[in-house]
Design a protein around this ligand. Structure first.
Ligand SMILES: O=C(O)C(=O)C[C@]1(C(=O)O)C=C[C@@H](O)C=C1
Length: 311
């Protein structure tokens, strides 16, 4: 197996990938961005890519939501949760008072803003393609326009030349990022476990009153809970949006399958991005009348009526 991930080594994305069994022994290809990682899957250069999809502070990772919603189809086959803890690093000998500019990934910056305002209020922010890319740019011999970087503590274990100026600088202790492993659409459907998630892309089919309500109704009437819904611009015309949605359940659950049938009628260009086990193993609560058995019994009853059999 060959896996792409947002590199270089030491990113949170790499930590998510290393949690996949077999990934330590597999070939891991660090790339410079989420779209590049997904393009490598589409071209067949790698078998799958690990990408961030949801961040506890910034919400949905728009680079991922947009790149999987458009272009040729992809499938999410697995998710991973990574606890996020940040350190501030700098070349050995740097004092906190010397820091004028700090680099990191934009999502990491969003998660340490409070700490920065308090401890380095005048510091400039220099965007980087990842947290590890920012830190490695500080290694001896490179000349960059910043003095410190925000990254994972793992980077310092791998590069003791860097010094930790401050630990645990995240504004939200307990921050978590959700990552997904994305493969091509012919990847086998992960088995149903009872603690599953399904990810969908639903273009707003018609711009009219009640269109969103009609979409949501498909889930509500089948007892399908939504765990995330975000609207994103399609990028084509101003005002044209799609919804990126996560629901509790697997496409092999009757209630989810029935909701998809309804959704496809209401919105024919709905895109299925995959059903996969939840990393937190949280089992969905399903009322009796939304269970597989209730759907089976009701469908058999209607089939009987259509066949003119006993009522
Ligand atoms: O830069 C990294 O280390 C990443 O893996 C990316 C990323 C993200 O996109 O949210 C992942 C987790 C952290 O929240 C910060 C950055």
């Amino acid at each position: 197996m060959r896996y792409a991930y947002l590199g270089p080594a030491g990113t949170f994305t790499e930590a998510a990938l290393l949690g996949v069994e077999g990934a330590r022994e597999a070939e891991r290809v660090p790339v410079s961005s989420v779209p590049v990682a997904l393009a490598a899957v589409r071209s067949g250069d790698v078998d799958a890519a690990m990408v961030p999809i949801e961040n506890s502070v910034e919400g949905g990772v728009t680079a991922t939501l947009d790149a999987i919603a458009t272009g040729s189809e992809l499938r999410i086959v697995r998710e991973a949760l990574v606890p996020i803890s940040f350190v501030l690093v700098a070349p050995a000998g740097t004092a906190l008072a010397d820091v004028r500019a700090v680099s990191t990934h934009s999502h990491a910056w969003a998660q340490v803003r409070g700490w920065m305002d308090q401890h380095l209020p005048g510091a400039d922010y220099v965007p980087a393609s990842s947290t590890a890319a920012a830190a490695l740019a500080l290694l001896p011999g490179r000349d960059v326009g910043f003095d410190a970087a925000v990254c994972s503590p793992v980077v310092v274990e791998q590069h003791p030349e860097l010094e930790v100026l401050a630990e645990n600088i995240g504004d939200n202790q307990g921050a978590v990022t959700r990552f997904v492993l994305v493969a091509r659409p012919d990847a086998p459907l992960p088995p149903r476990t009872g603690a599953d998630r399904t990810t969908l892309v639903i273009p707003l089919w018609e711009d009219r009153a009640g269109a969103l309500m009609e979409i949501l109704e498909q889930f509500a009437t089948r007892g399908v809970n939504l765990s995330r819904i975000e609207s994103r611009p399609t990028g084509n015309v101003l005002g044209e949006y799609f919804f990126s949605v996560d629901v509790d359940g697997h496409v092999q659950d009757a209630r989810v399958a029935d909701a998809l049938v309804g959704l496809r009628r209401v919105c024919p260009s709905t895109r299925f991005l995959g059903s996969y086990q939840r990393a937190d193993r949280k089992v969905a609560t399903v009322a009796r009348h939304h269970s597989d058995g209730a759907f089976r019994e009701a469908q058999a009853w209607v089939a009987g009526l259509q066949g003119g059999g006993p009522r």
